[in-house]
Write a protein that binds this ligand. Structure first.
Ligand code: EPU
Length: 337
């Protein structure tokens, strides 16, 4: 454990924007975190717990302490004929966990292949893709309270998962450091292939197996989504908006080709990418910040953009959607002021 001052966060955020933290501390062990949280001086500083840095946008230097747990390890803790319980430390790379599960024949997260970020962040965000959300396979979340250093274990119910959200993003924001996640995976796959294009993509690879599903998902993502190692981005910048039946019929009158997905209870999810594209923003750029040319929901750093420029672009995009469709786009990405 080593405290660094005036530390550049550029390599630690997938937008690759420059932001300097007053102080940065990396932890490799749970005990190091517990020890550090006992220090009084922490209370007087602004804090940020960093995961894989794939869902945040720094718009300024960070005048506080960045805490970066890089706890590693994946263990099987229990198994029966149908299920297997895996405990993964929060600092493991998410896609490495998926690859490990697929190689071992453990099913349930193969549709979440190639999502950037860490295991800890997957919970905060309730990551989701191609018909699967991580909340469906979470058995428990281990964390340390920043306030009293207590080690706690939350059930999935405690976490109050929603679409790209959880209590860790809402009521509990800034209160816990997630240290490990227990996943309940299946010994026998129950494939989820109904998202448009997925089944055909798997069949193009070969018979339906865990490995082929992973390969198909990886190729779908690679064909649409920019690789953060090559072009700075944080995946979807906005959430897909949800509207009620009245709003939907008003929108459909003016836009008969509007895609929508019933969510039950008279609620309908719309495709933010489609709305943005209709406003003419797909592929456009303002300075070095751009709307991706293949997926309008993703904002990218063409190289050298500042966080502020990306935020300003996002405001122009959401302003255009609001003006044309009367819909407020909510951000999926966390903006760090
Ligand atoms: N669409 C457009 N133009 C675009 C983008 C999309 O018209 O520029 C249309 C598509 O043609 C399709 C619909 O919008 O009819 C949905 O598109 P897509 O299947 O690409 O999914 P999405 O709703 O845009 C969501 C997630 C992605 C996830 C995919 C697949 C959110 C905010 N985003 O995108 O998640 O990979 O579904 O499940 O829910 C992420 O969270 O970072 C992310 C990439």
């Amino acid at each position: 454990m080593e405290l660094k001052t005036n530390f550049s966060l550029k390599a630690l955020n997938t937008f690759r924007v420059e932001a300097v933290a007053d102080a940065y501390l990396r932890f490799d062990l749970v005990d190091e975190i517990v020890d550090f949280l006992g220090r009084d001086e922490l209370d007087s500083h602004r804090r940020l717990v960093l995961g894989g840095g794939s869902n945040l946008l720094f718009v300024d230097d960070f005048d506080g302490i960045v805490l970066h747990p890089l706890l590693k390890g994946i263990d099987v803790i229990e198994a029966d004929r149908r299920h297997i319980w895996i405990r993964a430390m929060a600092g493991e790379n998410w896609d490495d966990l998926v690859a490990h599960a697929v190689t071992n024949g453990w099913a349930g997260i193969e549709n979440l292949s190639l999502i950037p970020g860490s295991v800890g962040a997957s919970v905060v965000q309730n990551i989701g893709a191609y018909g699967v959300e991580v909340k469906g396979v979470i058995d428990g979340v281990e964390a340390i309270s920043i306030h009293n250093r207590e080690q706690v274990r939350f059930s999935p119910n405690d976490c109050r998962f929603g679409y790209r959200s959880s209590n860790f993003k809402n009521d509990w924001a800034g209160r816990f450091i997630i240290t490990a996640v227990v996943f309940k995976l299946s010994q026998k796959p129950d494939f989820v292939l109904d998202y448009p294009g997925v089944k055909a993509a798997v069949e193009a690879v070969g018979p339906i197996t865990l490995d082929h599903v992973r390969q198909a998902i990886v190729s779908i993502r690679q064909s649409k989504l920019p690789d953060p190692d090559l072009i700075g981005n944080a995946g979807s910048f906005f959430k897909n908006p949800v509207v009620d039946g009245n709003a939907l019929s008003g929108l459909l009158k003016l836009n008969p080709d509007l895609p929508y997905y019933p969510q039950g209870g008279e609620h309908y999810k719309l495709a933010a990418g489609w709305l943005i594209e209709r406003c003419g923003w797909k592929g456009r750029h303002v300075g070095k910040a751009a709307v991706h040319h293949q997926q309008a929901l993703v904002l990218v750093n063409l190289g050298g953009a500042t966080g502020r420029e990306i935020l300003e672009l996002s405001e122009q995009v959401s302003g255009a959607v609001h003006e044309r469709f009367g819909i407020e786009l909510a951000r999926e990405v966390l903006v760090v002021p």
